[in-house]
Write a protein of this length. Sequence first.
Length: 379
Amino acid sequence: MGCLRVLLALFVVQDHSSALPLLWRGWFFDGFMAVRCFFMVSGFYMALILNSTYASGGARLFYGNRFLRLWPAYAFSVVVSLLLGAWFGQLRTGATAVAWPDVFGALTQWHVGPLLLVGVSTLGMLGQELFWFLRLDPDDGAIAFAPWHVDAAHNGSMFLLNRPAWSVSVELLFYLLAPFVLRRITLPKCLVLIVPGLLFHVAVHVLHLDAQLWGYFVLPAALPFFGLGALAFWVCRRVQREASWRRALLPAGAVYGALLLFFVLFLPGRIYFMCLGFAVLLPFLFLLFRTSRIDRAIGEFSYPLYILHFPIVVYFFERRVLSPHWGGVQVVLLTLLLAAPVYLLVDRPIGRWRRRRLMPPGQSHADGSAQAAAAPEPG
């Protein structure tokens, strides 16, 4: 499903640059929807590897390898942001800009609380979603609840060097839960993720909370999407194992598709029906592309494209350095230019190390490579 993941990353780029004419930005599919679809793909793949590659043993190896998969490209994006800030003479985090000579002098004046919160989350990725709910006053050390999109005093998200990384933090929190829920996967285990998440969304609606904030930037809001992806894997495995499921799948999918089209076009709550439709597609897409090396190679660029594009948008597109009409395409090309060396010089060597960590003691590298090729760990 590598091409699918790249397409989702392109929708996020489109949402941040609003200038990618090769993509149609529809009334029901945008960057918000693309992130939720990413969560479903992640739920599918985590269920897959926790029932194959990581089916036995402790969770430590799984945690370490997932962190090693995500952190290097993220760290590179932070370095790129700092280098571009030095080059342009001001550090930008979206709508705000600080003159570069003032950055480090200001940091020395910060109180320890905000400094630790910003420093630890920037270096370690975890906790970045919290900034969308906070106001930070580094001068007096105050940290207050001030939600984005609701409270005019909000400034927490301005301290994020790479704003899309909040979703990576949510992803890491899901990884903490995944080994305890998705191993030896069953339908009830999928519902353990889906039902509490749906109840959370109902509570957001009933309590009239801001859906763009509470329904998006927190782990409970993402749980049903992770769970739908895991459910799609459970269905996929049943389809592979049982002929009765294969016979019923096509007519059931056709009926569901017709109902889904009706719901999307004419009923409120379109996003939930769209997510259900996407989850239904995942088993088909996985079975169709699982042996394609080309699809897998393309998919290796989905995460770098997602995590590296924001500094390019902030420093080049928003500063009008790029074309107002084709700026989105230029953002993608510049991001891929950054992503290529990251993949070749960082991700691939670390990927080989991650595979070596999966080998039992005494197994040769050749045997481990053959095993990895037979059951590769998704990116």
